[in-house]
Design a protein around this ligand. Structure first.
Ligand code: ATP
Length: 321
């Protein structure tokens, strides 16, 4: 795997009551890259992201390694942009004070200096009249401005890594792209890497350097985003891409039939096999390990059989709209 990593995750396992939701996941985050983690609901994306932050839910047991452990420096070297911008801000404190507190918590700086940094951070994310808006409360901000303030807070201490957990869920396409652009710009401005958790393949397009596709707690495919999107090598990735609206051919979408297995209900073999149009006998007996395939990692016994484009494979069983 990659040598110059900002952070390396090896054989990460996360379980609740002995049932594994993340099942032996290994990947690197490179300095300054945008790594998107995609997959359907329940794939283990959020748990993986939260493990990086040391913010797993109570009851989770883990094994494997994450090194270095940036979670020991949360707020300084690693920070979170959560799904819900409102919940990230305290309703009873002025936005500028919250940002200043975040700055002061890691740097030995005066209140005045922290306040100046807060205003600068709000200005940097494009909040107009930042000095005045810093004195306002979150409820006086629009939804879009709150989102900007949260991104300002996550980047104020110039962390090495920003983790954004579904930051654009429930946003329309235009707002989603605006938020992703802003996140990308801010990451660039402070020199951080970004781990972007999303179930939305469209969010990966144009916004990520590499993409990690997860299914049932495992790596399915990991590689350069433009290459993976242009030519997926794992049937699951192809299925996710076939589900995109621009691939609609008048037939009903989504293209992937069925739902992912819940943790603890896995049958032997590849977890995707029951939904996979390419599944063969081997797929029902042994779980595929990630292997190097043309500059990326692919965990599929049948990757060589995947046609290109693979869209038809998933759409052919689709019903007329
Ligand atoms: N607090 C918890 N207690 C028990 N099981 C949990 C808990 N959190 C997550 N899980 C299990 O882990 C699985 C993966 O959760 P995770 O939140 O990482 O999924 P995800 O890929 O981020 O999906 P989503 O997009 O729905 O958030 C869940 O489907 C659930 O079975």
């Amino acid at each position: 795997m990659e040598s110059e990593a900002l952070l390396s995750v090896r054989e990460l396992r996360i379980a609740f009551d002995g049932v594994e939701a993340v099942r032996g996941l290994s990947f690197d985050v490179r300095p300054r890259e945008v790594l998107a983690i995609v997959g359907e609901s329940g794939a283990g994306k959020s748990l993986t992201a939260r493990a990086l932050l040391g913010m797993l839910p109570r009851g989770a047991t883990t094994s494997g390694t994450i090194s270095p452990d940036l979670s020991a420096h949360r707020g300084r070297r690693i920070s979170l942009v959560p799904q819900d911008a409102l919940s990230a801000l305290s309703p009873v404190h002025r936005v500028g004070d919250q940002l200043a507190a975040a700055a002061r918590s890691v740097a030995g700086i005066s209140r005045t200096e922290a306040r100046a940094r807060a205003v600068a951070a709000l200005d940097r994310v494009g909040i107009p009249d930042a000095a005045r808006k810093a004195r306002a409360y979150p409820h006086e901000y629009s939804g879009g401005m709150r989102q900007r303030a949260v991104i300002a807070m996550a980047t104020i201490n110039e962390p090495d890594l920003v983790v954004a957990d579904e930051p654009t869920t429930a946003l329309d396409e235009e707002r989603r792209d605006r938020v992703l652009r802003l996140l990308g710009e801010q990451r660039e401005a402070v020199g951080a890497a970004l781990v972007l958790v999303t179930h939305d393949m469209d969010a990966v397009r144009g916004h990520a350097d590499r993409v990690l596709v997860m299914y049932a707690g495992r790596l399915t495919e990991l590689g350069p985003a433009d290459e993976v999107l242009a030519r997926p090598r794992a049937p699951y990735t192809a299925g996710l891409l076939a589900s995109l609206p621009q691939n609609a051919t008048g037939r009903r979408l989504p293209a992937l039939r069925g739902t992912p297995p819940a943790p603890g209900t896995l049958t032997p073999g590849c977890a995707f096999a029951p939904r996979c149009p390419l599944a063969a006998d081997a797929c029902h007996t042994a779980e595929p390990e990630p292997r190097q395939v043309s500059g990326r990692l692919v965990a599929c016994h049948r990757w060589e059989e995947l046609p290109h484009p693979a869209t038809e494979l998933f759409l052919k069983e689709g019903q007329p709209a």
